[in-house]
Design a protein around this ligand. Structure first.
Ligand code: G3P
Ligand code: CA
Length: 243
């Protein structure tokens, strides 16, 4: 059985404003095995790392990312909401995060938000950028929008995909295979040893989100899970050390 990978959710978002370079840098400093980030597209077609489709919650600006240019987004303060010492943090582009990951053997989980509905070409753009950076082998593309994952596979079958889901999928390993995915990303309430075992038998990885409490981290790790996506990578790493 492979060791569980500890994946920093929106970077080490327990310690720094989510989806900022500082959050990704801290994840690397803590020795997380990978990072997760969320992706949208600006009005001028740039790949923007942010969780919400609006900038309101995590910056001092307002509006939908799809209505703002990169220049307008870059003018925003993406850190002060988390703490005044983060006031210089900006909303990163995907390329800026990939520059940080270059030459490091880290897992990269890109979550596509609002795929084909608002951003018709986002799948193709992302694949192009990952290829340019030579990070195809390290990358998993996930989404709650499973049509987006079908589109990713249609464009380039080698990219690993994993459907995100909260609850309600019976036999998710069968569902994942139906949509050509390589793994599944369930909410942690759905994780059981059986889910992990049956998925592994089909050659599928299972990365669960968002696991922050030590007892749930321990539980997921003891289920033999492939990866845990957490705001506190140090907690997951400490548990792995004890095992
Ligand atoms: O990818 C796992 C997790 O990030 C999905 O939920 O809302 O945090 O993007 P959310
Ligand atoms: Ca996410």
């Amino acid at each position: 059985m492979k060791a569980t990978k500890i994946i920093a959710h929106r970077g080490a978002s327990g310690y720094a404003p989510e989806n900022t370079m500082k959050a990704f840098e801290i994840a690397l400093d803590l020795k997380a095995h990978g990072i997760e980030l969320d992706l949208h597209m600006s009005s001028d077609g740039q790949l923007i790392v942010c969780h919400d489709e609006r900038v309101d919650r995590t910056t001092n600006g307002s509006g939908f990312i799809r209505d703002l240019t990169l220049k307008e987004i870059k003018a925003l303060d993406a850190g002060s909401w988390f703490g005044s010492k983060f006031k210089n943090q900006r909303v990163p582009t995907l390329q800026e995060v990939l520059d940080l990951l270059r030459n490091r053997d880290l897992l990269l989980n890109i979550e596509l938000k609002s795929g084909p509905i608002f951003y018709p070409n986002i799948e193709r753009e992302v694949i192009k950028v990952i290829e340019d950076y030579g990070l195809m082998e390290n990358t998993i593309i996930s989404s709650f929008n499973h049509y987006s994952l079908l589109e990713v596979k249609r464009i380039y079958n080698r990219v690993k995909t994993a459907p995100l889901y909260m609850a309600g999928i019976v036999s998710p390993w069968k569902y994942a295979m139906d949509i050509g995915a390589d793994g599944i990303h369930p909410y942690f309430y759905n994780v059981t040893p059986e889910l992990v075992k049956l998925s592994a038998e089909k050659g599928l990885f299972v990365n669960t989100f968002t696991v922050n409490e030590p007892q749930y981290l321990k539980y997921a790790i003891d289920c033999g899970i492939s990866g845990v996506i957490t705001n506190y990578p140090d907690r997951g790493l400490a548990i792995l050390k004890e095992r």
